[in-house]
Design a protein around this ligand. Structure first.
Ligand code: PEP
Ligand code: MN
Length: 262
């Protein structure tokens, strides 16, 4: 179902009325985690003003340490809904487990994170929700494994899958991950699904997000997903890689001549 051979035209994902893919470039932005009503609303208004069309915010967080902030859970999703209501922006958030899926019935895009890319029962169940899915590439997954995971979501019943390159594990430790730019043209040749790039998790370094965003656009990406926080130094998760609202606005301005923002 994901194969370009049997579906030559680009898939255009309908995100609650906004188009993503097939020439419609989508800027997704927001904090790593939803932390409070003030934080998510302030960031949502800022990124909307800068040109973002979808708001991100984690409520269920897959943290390496069990003692790190795990996200606000269902409360976090409620705060995201409030930010959606105030700004009109569709929302995307990560589901970690099948049991959490009932909380996601009205979330505009359901995210499956890198750590769950091969959780096949979750992939099928997410597909059965019938909502657009943002599927992130696993930390050490090949392109073929990535596409087969998209296939699981599609076999579950949802053809609206957005592929996300977020960097892979290599021997290099200077960046958090290694952004595999070659994945963009490869995925777009092998599949008709839109490809978005996450330069925040791929690099882990704020100043590298703009050059890598430009590179992703040059390589043919259909969108970007970028972490933005109103007070990165106080963030409960991934503050060190988060852009400030003004830095995000400058990044979007630099890309405007090259993309048609949705
Ligand atoms: C995230 O988007 O906050 C996240 C946890 O990403 P990934 O699954 O790519 O690590
Ligand atoms: Mn993060």
């Amino acid at each position: 179902k994901a194969n370009r051979k049997f579906h030559p035209e680009d898939t255009v994902v309908d995100v609650s009325g906004r188009k993503l893919g097939g020439g419609h470039f989508c800027m997704i932005a927001g904090p790593c985690s939803v932390e409070s009503a003030e934080q998510i609303t302030e960031v949502a208004q800022a990124v909307k003003g800068a040109g973002a069309c979808v708001l991100r915010g984690g409520a269920f967080k897959p943290r390496t340490s069990p003692y790190a902030f795990q996200g606000l859970g269902p409360v976090g999703l409620d705060l995201l809904r409030v930010a959606r209501q105030k700004t009109g922006m569709p929302i995307v958030s990560e589901v970690m487990d099948r049991e959490q899926l009932p909380h996601f019935a009205d979330v505009d895009i359901i995210q499956v994170g890198a750590r769950n890319m091969q959780n096949f029962t979750l992939l099928r169940a997410v597909g059965e929700m019938g909502k657009p899915v943002l599927l992130k590439r696993g930390l050490s997954s090949t392109i073929e494994e990535f596409l087969m995971s998209a296939e699981y979501v599609m076999a579950g019943g949802c053809e609206q899958v957005i592929l996300c390159e977020r960097g892979i594990r290599t021997f290099e430790t200077a960046t958090r991950n290694t952004l595999d730019l070659s994945a963009i043209p490869l995925l777009k040749r092998l599949s008709h699904l839109p490809v978005v790039v996450d330069p925040s998790h791929a690099t882990g370094i704020p100043w590298m997000i703009e050059p890598m965003s430009r590179a992703a656009v040059a390589a043919g990406a259909d969108g970007l997903i970028i972490e933005v926080h109103n007070a990165p130094e106080k963030a409960l998760c991934d503050g060190a890689q988060s852009l400030r609202p003004q830095e995000f606005a400058d990044l979007v301005e630099g890309l405007r001549p090259f993309v048609k923002l949705c």
